[in-house]
Structures are given as C-alpha cells and as structure tokens.
Design a protein around this ligand. Structure first.
Ligand code: PLP
Length: 383
C-alpha cells in the first residue's frame, strides 16, 4: 500500500462515495473532437445575449484599478443595492462564488453527518452532492410525471428532516409549484428544518403569468429559510461566478459568513454584478427572447412527437423515447450540445437550453434529421 493509498483509505466514506458533477462538454472540446466550425452549446442554460454592455464597462474600470488588492469580503456595494431592491436589512444577504458555493456553505453550516435532507428527483446535481459531502442522507422524492409531487414531499418530511431543498422552477424539468402547492408544502415542514429554496431561474419564471411569489410565501411561513438567486442565468455572468442568498433571519447569514471563505467573491464579479443589476432592460430583453424562443422550440419538439414538460425557465426537458445519451451523441456530431439526464429513472430524458435563434435552429434541424432517419428505420449506430 502506498502512502496515497493509506491516505485515501482513511477518508470518510461520504467523500469516497460522492458522485462527480456532470458539467457537460465545452464548445471548444466538441469543435475539436468532431472537426466542426459551428457549435450550438445548449447544455448549461447560459444567456445567449451574454452580459449587459454596462458589465463590459464596469469590468474595464475595475481592471484599470488593478487586481492586486483583495476584494471587499462583505460585497458592500452590491449588498446595499440588493438590500434596497428587496427592501430588507442587508445583513440577511449572503454572497457566494456562484449560488453553487452557497449550496456548499449551507450544507457545511446547517447539516451534520447522518442528518436527513429531502429533495426531488430529477434535480440539480449539487442539491444532492453538497449534502452528501458532509455526510447527510438525501431522500429524493420522484416527481409525478413531470410535475412536483407535493403529497409525496409532505410524506417524506419528518422530524428527522433537517433541510428541504427545492429548485422552483425545477432544474431540469422547468415546471413550478403554484402558490397553493407551495403553501401546502411549507405547512408540512417541521419546525427547525431549513427550507432551501433555489430560484436560479427567477427572472425567467417571474415573467410567466401566475408564477408564485416564493419570497412572500416563504416570509409568511414563519419557518427558517434561505432563498438562492444567481447572476449566472438571466444576467449572463456565469463565467464570473456570483450568486446570493436571502435568509429569513440575519442569524442564519451570520453563521454562513463564518463558514464561507472570506474572499469568496472576486472583485471583478462584484463590480460586474452591480452593473448587471442596474440594467433591467437587458434582463427584460433576455427574458422576452427566451419566452418566444421557448415556445418555438416547444412547437418544433411537439411536431417531432416529443412531449416537452411545461417550463417557465430557459430550457426544455423531454423524454427522448430512447437512451438520452444516444440521442445526445448524434446531436453532438452535428455540433449541438444538449444535456442527457443521468439520474436513475430519467436516463431517457434530455434537457435543452433556449439559446440564440441560430443555435435553436441548429438544434431543431439536427433533431429533425436524426428523428427522420429513426423513422426510416436505420439503426442508431449508423446515424
Ligand atoms: C445554474 C443553477 C445554479 C448555479 O448557479 P451558479 O450561480 O452559477 O452557481 C444553482 N441552482 C440551480 C437550480 C441552477 O440551475
């Protein structure tokens, strides 16, 4: 046994058993592997419009000041801007190197080994990985069809539950709970359980008529909660890594601030987020584009006999009627990157992001070609 073997053998079993996060393929990788020039990357729910032009200007100014100085560990300027927007005490906000970072910080702050966490399946990978990394036991409640199963979630919540983790809208499905469902779910949460409500797609969802005001419902619940949002999706800052949480009580964020690393948000990300937040027109244009293109993509999928789930986010989730990996591989060869789902029970499902008009056309054209050949009875390997 080598010294490294000895080290690894002594690790916590939760670490050795952690699944790897599936980050998908980069455009550069696919371009090179298949010798393609044009790639449609529709696997990570990024904003095809990119960030606001104000972000470019803010980054240029920030760079001119240099990068030798540590960033503001309190994210003071951004905190003040968000506190004003929400009308809350800024101490209730907490910032992360992406909201992913906050999922990890929340797990380290609020969970211990053996604690139970209730979430759904299919779900965002880190909703499972972060609790597991601290030794918590994750109970993943299957959706019913492609909708939240509130009754089953309520049945899974017990005195042993320390945390409920929900992405609303759901990633990967795109569906949402309405206000009555959210109220019912929250009424089932035992006291002393943290409700971690991930609203990464808030800007897209809130443009959908009937989208429930989750923040208001959480506030009414009287429970301890942490609402997560991000600058990665509608604001187009995924590459800079910045997200934030609003907690029911400043005592929760105070604890998270002790657990997180002090300089977890770099200076450029703080400057960019502040500029992005101010450009509401850019977000509105992005949301409008996504709403229109999502319906066009949905119609194209339906025309090919797929049945995408209801979505108010910037992606669609559908049953591929075959192994999702096989379909994704055929699309890859045409330069289209989508996300084949890998969770047990959902390995026949694909998530496709709403991209630029041109990228969406590439997806639709490629899917039409491969679906057509399937209909003509050619075996998938030859396609
Ligand atoms: C994209 C996404 C995130 C992560 O966002 P970052 O801020 O980029 O870390 C968190 N939760 C869900 C559900 C997401 O889809």
């Amino acid at each position: 046994m080598t010294p490294t073997d000895a080290l690894i053998q002594a690790l916590r079993p939760d670490i050795l058993g952690l699944p790897a996060y599936n980050a998908g393929l980069s455009a550069a990788h696919v371009r090179q592997q298949f010798g393609l020039t044009r790639i449609a990357k529709l696997a990570s729910n990024e904003n095809p419009f990119g960030a606001s032009a104000r972000v470019d200007a803010a980054l240029a100014r920030a760079l001119a000041d240099g990068v030798a100085i540590y960033p503001d560990p309190a994210c003071g300027a951004l905190r003040a801007a968000l506190a004003e927007r929400f009308g809350v005490d800024g101490a209730r906000l907490v910032f992360g190197n992406g909201s992913e970072d906050l999922l990890s910080v929340a797990a380290h702050t609020f969970l211990a080994r053996g604690d139970e966490v209730v979430t759904v399946v299919p779900s965002f990978g880190l909703h499972v990985i972060c609790p597991q990394s601290v030794g918590a036991r994750v109970i993943a409640v299957p959706m019913r069809g492609l909708e939240f199963d509130v009754d089953a979630l309520c049945a899974a919540l017990t005195r042993r539950t320390r945390m409920l983790v929900i992405s609303n809208p759901s990633n990967p499905v795109g569906c949402t709970m309405d206000a009555a469902q959210i109220k019912r779910l929250l009424s089932c949460v035992p006291p002393g359980t943290l409700v971690l409500w991930d609203e990464a797609y808030y800007e897209y969802a809130s443009a959908t008529p009937g989208y429930a005001d989750c923040l208001a419902l959480l506030a009414e619940s009287g429970l301890p909660w942490l609402l997560l949002r991000t600058f990665s999706k509608a604001y187009g800052l995924a590459g800079l890594r910045i997200g934030y949480g609003l907690a029911s009580d400043a005592r929760l964020t105070d604890l998270m601030n002790r657990v997180r690393t002090p300089f977890n948000i770099n200076h450029l990300a703080q400057c960019a987020a502040l500029a992005a937040l101010a450009d509401t027109a850019h977000v509105e244009a992005s949301v409008e584009h996504v709403s229109a293109e999502r319906e066009r993509m949905r119609a194209a999928l339906v025309a090919l006999s797929y049945a995408p789930a209801r979505s108010c986010a910037n992606f669609l989730f559908f049953d591929a009627h075959e192994d999702a990996l096989a379909l994704s591989q055929r699309l890859l060869r045409e330069g289209v990157i989508v996300k084949p789902w890998r969770e047990p029970g959902y390995t026949g499902c694909v998530r496709v992001s709403i991209g630029s008009r041109e990228d969406n056309d590439m997806f639709i054209d490629a899917l039409e070609r491969t679906a057509q050949r399937q209909i003509n009875g050619m075996p998938a390997e030859l396609l």
